[in-house]
Design a protein around this ligand. Structure first.
Ligand code: C2E
Ligand code: MG
Ligand code: MG
Ligand code: MG
Length: 281
């Protein structure tokens, strides 16, 4: 068909497609190698209470230290891991590592608070998900309330009955459940109210414009009101300015994370923050 096209547009398209496919295949192979060579590590972004700024835990975020390309963003490799199914293994390792780290910090006398991990749809749907979570907690002797799972709105919409069953199982186990990037998806509010969700995490895009766009401010206020009605707590992500933090304080949002107080940091740096914060309390 490329030949039939007089201006060669088709040919160009297929060449570009090939390049994309091969770079994806490349990345898949590299990701597998990265797993074997332990090039994937967790960084920790501290979370704080809005009213006192007390350190209450962290979100665990994957980092890939590639031997040649340096740090590869999760925004690049998570989608490939999801398409290839590698996310099931990667995601389980993240949960395991979060639990291992939590328990190591506790043994050092630190109080890491709650560690939140991100969960992909493909990982959640995989049959062994709940057992994987339970296993990691048991292996490392971590109390389930110290682990928070960040789920997406799109995850709630796949096979609603099965999802509700799984969430109830996780809730019974005692782990915390949060909806990440809340406000950017299409959750049905009545469905949401029927699920055992502990926390809504307001997407960064709303915080970015909360001081300048009335619509963003209205959405943040609406999410806070909704969470109040449904008995859920709220954490704001992507807080970069004192003005944004002041807005959250004024509207009684419980917790936040963001570059204003800290970027995601390596484990040692987070441990350092934990030890100085406990000296202050
Ligand atoms: P997310 O879960 O919404 O994580 C928050 C992202 O916002 C992180 O980007 C974090 O570094 C960034 N961020 C936090 N505060 C600020 C701020 O004040 N300003 C700005 N500009 N950015 C801020 P990161 O680490 O690049 O992760 C991107 C996404 O990759 C995450 O979004 C999450 O969806 C995904 N991801 C990361 N680790 C994992 C993982 O272990 N499993 C899965 N399934 N996804 C992951
Ligand atoms: Mg997240
Ligand atoms: Mg988020
Ligand atoms: Mg986000």
């Amino acid at each position: 068909t490329a030949q039939a096209n007089p201006n060669g547009a088709f040919q160009f398209y297929s060449k570009e497609l090939n390049a994309r496919t091969s770079s994806r295949l490349n990345m898949e192979a590299e990701l597998r190698r990265a797993l074997d060579r332990n090039e994937l590590t967790l960084h920790f972004q501290p979370k704080y209470t809005v009213d006192t700024g007390a350190l209450i835990g962290a979100e665990c975020l994957l980092r890939w230290q590639h031997p040649e390309h340096g740090q590869v963003s999760p925004l690049e490799f998570i989608p490939v891991a999801e398409e290839t199914g590698l996310i099931v293994e990667i995601g389980q390792r993240v949960i395991d590592e979060a639990c291992r780290q939590h328990s190591a910090w506790q043994r050092q006398g630190l109080i890491p608070g709650q560690l939140a991990v991100n969960v992909s749809v493909q990982q959640f749907r995989h049959g062994a998900f709940v057992d994987g979570v339970r296993g990691a907690l048991e292996r490392h002797g971590v109390a389930p309330r110290h682990l928070k799972l960040e789920l997406t709105e799109s995850l709630l919409m796949i096979e609603p009955l099965k999802v509700a069953d799984m969430l109830n199982e996780l809730r019974t186990l005692g782990v915390q459940l949060s909806i990440d990037d809340f406000g950017t998806g299409y959750s049905s509010l009545s469905y949401l109210s029927a699920l055992p969700i502990d926390e809504l995490k307001i997407d960064r895009s709303f915080l970015t414009h909360v001081e300048t766009r009335p619509e963003s401010a209205a959405i943040v206020r609406a999410i806070l009101a909704l969470a109040g009605c449904l008995n859920m707590s709220v954490v704001a992500e992507g807080v970069e300015t004192q003005g944004q933090l002041a807005f959250l304080k004024e509207h009684q949002c419980e917790a936040f994370q963001g570059f204003l107080f800290s970027r995601p940091v390596p484990a040692d740096d987070f441990a350092q923050m934990l030890s100085t914060s406990s000296e202050n309390t």
